[in-house]
Write a new protein. Structure first.
Length: 66
C-alpha cells in the first residue's frame, strides 16, 4: 500500500465522526490506565506492609498452636 493511500485513509478516518469518537474512547481508556497505575504506585508500600503483617500473624498463630 502506498504511503499516500495510507495517509488519505488516516485523514478520512480522523475527519469522520466515528474516527473522532474512537479517538476519544482511546484517550479515555489511556487516562483510566494511567490513573490505575498511579493508584497502584501510591498504595503498593502500604499493601506490602499489610500483607507482611497478616502473614506474620498467621505464622505466629500456626506456631503457637503446634
Amino acid at each position: 500500500m502506498k504511503i499516500e493511500t495510507l495517509l488519505s485513509r488516516a485523514r478520512a478516518f480522523l475527519h469522520d465522526n466515528e474516527g473522532l469518537v474512537t479517538l476519544e474512547w482511546v484517550a479515555l481508556a489511556a487516562a483510566v490506565i494511567v490513573l490505575a497505575v498511579g493508584v497502584i504506585i501510591v498504595i503498593q508500600s502500604q499493601l506490602n506492609t499489610a500483607a507482611s503483617t497478616v502473614g506474620s500473624a498467621i505464622v505466629s498463630e500456626v506456631n503457637s498452636n503446634s
